[in-house]
Design a protein around this ligand. Structure first.
Ligand SMILES: [Zn+2]
Length: 248
């Protein structure tokens, strides 16, 4: 009987100077090349669990809006979090435009409430303020922006508000950037105890309860700014949609 010994080579540099180096999660033997110090799997076992599962993106979206983190979603649905990213990315593409969800304002007696909320991206030093204008009549967010806490960001918000809403009476807290609205004539800066910004304060409470990256003192804040924007949009569009379905 003839036995053939196959000599394994490093896939990167073809060196034969390789040693075993533990196993991957999928129980594949990993080898380390002593020549180029790269660690590789030479022969992948076929694993039935590796086959792509059909997953319900709608279910993922729903649990995601119930304060679950991306990694939490991955653990529950038994998929990798790269897969969650990929699926959500596809979902974000299909998300309706924010503007199309906002109900047109025909009533002059509507009231707009302004406020800003602190969120983080990458680390706790990188604050990302979410500015929003909420309609008291429909409870919809009629415009929002994410940025720093400066007047420039607030101006960006104002430019996004539909004109019919901009004409309404509005309230905000005493933050200095809101002072530029004084020229509008029907804007008032009030304290929290006046109750005139209660609706938007309540909105922030819902947002913090539903999106894990906005939970105070939580570890799960956004790693990428792009995702921070997308997740915020996902929540706001979803909430606006629910508002408009209860209106009609
Ligand atoms: Zn090598």
């Amino acid at each position: 009987m003839i036995s053939v010994t196959k000599i394994e080579k490093c896939p990167c540099c073809s060196s034969e100077n390789i040693v075993k180096n533990g196993f991957t999660k999928a129980k594949n033997q990993r080898v380390l090349c002593k020549n180029c110090s790269k660690s590789r799997v030479l022969h992948k076992k076929s694993n039935p669990n590796n086959q792509i599962k059909a997953i319900d993106i709608e279910a993922i979206r729903r649990v995601f809006l119930e304060r679950l983190s991306l990694r939490g979603v991955a653990r529950i649905f038994l998929i990798s979090y790269y897969r969650v990213y990929k699926e959500l990315d596809l979902y974000f593409l299909l998300l309706p435009k924010f503007r199309t969800q906002v109900v047109d304002n025909k009533e002059v007696n509507d009231v707009i409430e302004f406020d800003e909320l602190c969120g983080f991206c990458q680390n706790k030093k990188n604050k990302q303020w979410l500015w929003a204008a909420l309609s008291r009549r429909t409870r919809q967010i009629v415009a929002y922006v994410i940025g720093d806490r400066s007047e420039e960001t607030f101006k960006r918000l104002i430019r996004k508000i539909p004109l019919n809403y901009l004409k309404c009476v509005s309230y905000s807290d005493y933050w200095k950037s809101y002072a530029i609205l004084k020229a509008k004539g029907n804007h008032q800066q009030v304290g929290k105890e006046s109750g005139k910004t209660n609706h938007i304060e309540r909105y922030w409470a819902t947002l913090r309860a539903r999106i894990s990256r906005y939970v105070r003192k939580s570890l799960s804040f956004s790693r990428s700014l792009r995702y921070h924007h997308l997740v915020t949009k996902l929540f706001i569009v979803d909430y606006n949609q629910n508002c408009s379905s209860t209106l009609f």
